[in-house]
Structures are given as structure tokens and as C-alpha cells.
Design a binder for this molecule. Structure first.
Ligand SMILES: NC(=O)c1ccc[n+]([C@@H]2O[C@H](COP(=O)([O-])OP(=O)(O)OC[C@H]3O[C@@H](n4cnc5c(N)ncnc54)[C@H](OP(=O)(O)O)[C@@H]3O)[C@@H](O)[C@H]2O)c1
Length: 209
């Protein structure tokens, strides 16, 4: 699949490298594609402007800091029904969620990107696990939420290609669950001191689905 990754930072670069390894074609969209900091990405991908990346893509991964996200989406132009996989977390000043309970960042992204089919995914674990989802004998889970079943299948497939156990939660409204789950990960990893090499998985007794 041809993927545009908007935000060539830690998340974008990690997902892009893994997905390129899995056979996808990656085109990063960066504000300054010629910046020397993007040179390392060129061994597995093209780097262009966000609009150039979108124009060559079947689906788009959004991995921008929350305060930059509205402007980043506005710069993409018409997404024309493309799948937009939203990996952001709506974290504002004071390191708290700016949306919750009755709204979510994922739903806000869908309001900003009206012509896209938005799916929330890749927001509930750190880049260390995105690079290597296997933790011993277990696979980390990647939770996916979106209203369009076919769009969710795209995100679930990307998660599986990286090596995650991909789990669909339901509609995009479930981003209201996934974004606080990211805060739980941050609390455990960074505040509680368990470190960044932790991930959520699903334990099943008796082989349940
Ligand atoms: N880090 C994690 O483990 C993790 C895990 C799950 C989810 N997340 C979420 O993923 C998002 C990205 O996090 P990150 O850690 O990857 O941040 P990061 O390393 O700071 O990368 C963000 C990237 O976005 C780019 N950017 C900023 N504004 C842009 C715009 N208007 N158009 C295109 N690109 C733009 C930045 O480019 P410049 O260098 O040009 O500013 C930078 O390359 C955040 O919402 C975060 O909450 C992070």
C-alpha cells in the first residue's frame, strides 16, 4: 500500500520504517523536506511536502504533535475519501487530555479532515513497541477505532504487518477510551517509572475471542 506519513518524527519515522520493511511504500510529509534531519529516512522512503505525500498515497498516517495537528490537516488539501489513521494524542498544557468523556481527539481530527475516513490507532503504546511489538512470548495489542469498517481493516492490517495483535474496538467514538489509555501508558511508563518498554496486551482464558 502507498502510505503518506504526516509528521516525520519519532512515531512517524518508527511506523514508516517498520511498514516499509513489511513491503509498503512510504512517502513522508514534512514541513521542510530538505532539512538534513530527514536524511536518515531516505533509505526506506521518499520525503516531500505533506500535500505531495498525500497525492501519492492510498492512506495517510497522522503523527503530529497535538497543537500542530489542525494546521497539519489543513495543509493536506482534499483527502478525497482516503483512510486517515490518527496516531496523535490530544495532550495540552499541563500534560492533560484536551478532549474526553464527551469528545475525543480522534473525533476532532474527523471534524478537521471532513473528506477522510478517520481511524484511531497507534496511540496507545510507545515507539519502542511500535518498532518491536513482540514482548517475549506475547504480542502487544494495537487497538483500532473507526466508523468505516473498510478503513478500520486498513489500520488493522498495518498493525498486523508490524507484528501487533490488532483489535478493533468499535466506532470512532471509542477514541474516548483509547486516548485515556495512552495516558495510562504514559503514567505507568514515565511517572510510575516502569520505563518505555511496556505495552498493553489482551489476556484470554480458555481461548476466548
Ligand atoms: N512518542 C511516542 O511514543 C508516542 C506514542 C503514541 C502516540 N504519540 C503521539 O504521536 C504524535 C507524534 O509524537 P512524536 O513523539 O512522534 O513527536 P515528534 O517526535 O515531536 O514528531 C512530530 C513530528 O511532527 C512534525 N510536524 C509538526 N508540525 C507539522 C506540520 N504542520 N506538518 C507536518 N509535520 C509536522 C514535526 O516536524 P518538525 O520537526 O518540522 O517540527 C515532527 O517531525 C503526538 O500526537 C503524540 O502524542 C507519541
Amino acid at each position: 500500500m502507498k502510505l503518506a506519513i504526516i509528521g516525520a518524527g519519532k512515531v512517524g519515522g518508527t511506523l514508516g520504517r517498520g511498514l516499509a520493511r513489511a513491503g509498503h511504500t512510504i512517502h513522508y510529509g514534512a514541513r521542510d523536506p530538505r532539512d538534513a534531519k530527514h536524511a536518515a529516512l531516505r533509505d526506506h522512503a521518499q520525503v516531500g511536502t505533506p500535500r505531495e505525500a498525500v497525492e501519492t498515497s492510498d492512506a495517510v498516517v497522522l503523527a503530529t504533535p497535538w497543537p500542530a495537528t489542525e494546521a497539519a490537516i489543513a495543509a493536506l488539501g482534499d483527502l478525497d475519501g482516503r483512510v486517515l489513521v490518527d496516531a496523535t494524542n490530544p495532550i495540552g498544557p499541563g500534560f492533560v487530555l484536551t478532549h474526553g468523556h464527551t469528545d475525543s481527539g480522534g473525533e476532532q481530527v474527523a471534524r478537521w479532515a471532513r473528506t477522510a475516513r478517520v481511524v484511531k490507532a497507534f496511540n496507545t503504546t510507545g515507539v519502542e513497541t511500535m518498532a518491536a511489538p513482540r514482548h517475549g512470548d506475547a504480542r502487544a495489542a494495537m487497538f483500532v477505532a473507526g466508523d468505516d469498517a473498510a478503513a478500520c481493516e486498513v489500520a488493522l492490517g498495518l498493525a498486523r504487518d508490524l507484528g501487533f495483535e490488532a483489535v478493533r474496538l468499535g466506532g470512532l467514538v471509542r477514541a474516548r477510551v483509547l486516548e485515556p489509555t495512552a495516558m495510562l501508558w504514559i503514567q505507568l511508563a514515565m511517572v510510575r517509572g516502569l520505563g518505555r518498554d511496556i505495552a498493553f496486551g489482551v489476556l484470554r482464558r480458555g481461548g476466548g475471542q
